[in-house]
Design a binder for this molecule. Structure first.
Ligand code: C5P
Length: 222
């Protein structure tokens, strides 16, 4: 009966706070979480480590199909090795957004993402959760924030993790990545017609989480 588990999708541009918000909403409801961006980043890391040509669409899709990944409470294992910090590097995120338009790659990751839909429910974050992967989701959120606010948040996050970061570079990369995600032909970053847009530019994480939980009580859990 896995197909009937309720899903809340949270899509939006890079660093809009989707990951943190998705985890908190999931914890409040006792649901599982899918960080779909991590799957694109894991593929990108594997492409780098195996010296695969990112332009070779079939080779990249094969890498995605054969990824040996374990998501656990403290992190992510790729081929038995802890990689949660490695996949957060900007180089890996940028490569992930370069390979993401590849339709064979997206098809290869589809079943892997849908397998996360188990009872009692799932909060899935990414770019195409509400438009493609979980089109029948009970509640769809499109989480936005202005690009300066997002670049500042990402800069702070990276510095806190001991990763060097430069605000101007982040801002430029973020604008480029948004443009690639929005303008690609396959599964572009766009709000599903039935999504609720939440702008977190002037909201705290707690306020953003609460606004999603309020929507869930009002419309999603029916
Ligand atoms: O969300 P995150 O920044 O970790 O995602 C990295 C990249 O993976 C994004 O820039 C996007 O190009 C791609 N992605 C995607 N579809 C998703 C999640 C991420 O294309 N559902």
């Amino acid at each position: 009966m896995t197909e009937w588990a309720p899903v809340i999708t949270i899509d939006g541009p890079t660093a809009s706070g989707k990951g943190t918000v998705a985890h908190r909403v999931a914890t409040a409801l006792g649901f599982g979480v899918l960080d779909s961006g991590a799957l694109y980043r894991l593929t990108a890391l594997s492409v780098l480590r195996n010296h695969i040509d990112p332009e070779d669409a079939q080779a990249v899709a094969r890498i995605a199909e054969s990824l040996q990944v374990v998501f656990h409470a403290q992190g992510i294992l790729l081929e038995g090795q802890e990689v949660s910090e490695d996949i957060r590097q900007e180089q890996v995120g940028n490569l992930a957004s370069h390979i993401a338009p590849n339709p064979s790659l997206r098809a290869a990751l589809l079943a892997r993402q849908r397998a996360f839909r188990i009872m009692p429910g799932l909060v899935a974050d990414g770019r195409d959760m509400g438009t493609v992967v979980f089109e029948d989701a009970s509640l769809k959120i499109f989480l936005v924030a202005d690009v300066e606010a997002r670049a500042q948040r990402r800069c702070k996050q990276l510095i806190e993790k001991g990763i060097s970061a430069n605000l101007a570079d982040l801002l430029r990369d973020m604008r480029e990545r948004d443009a690639r995600d929005i303008n690609r032909a396959v599964a572009p970053l766009v709000a599903a017609p039935d999504a609720y847009t939440v702008d977190s530019s002037n909201l705290t994480i707690e306020q953003t989480v609460q606004s999603i939980l309020d929507l869930w009580s009002a419309v999603g859990s029916q």
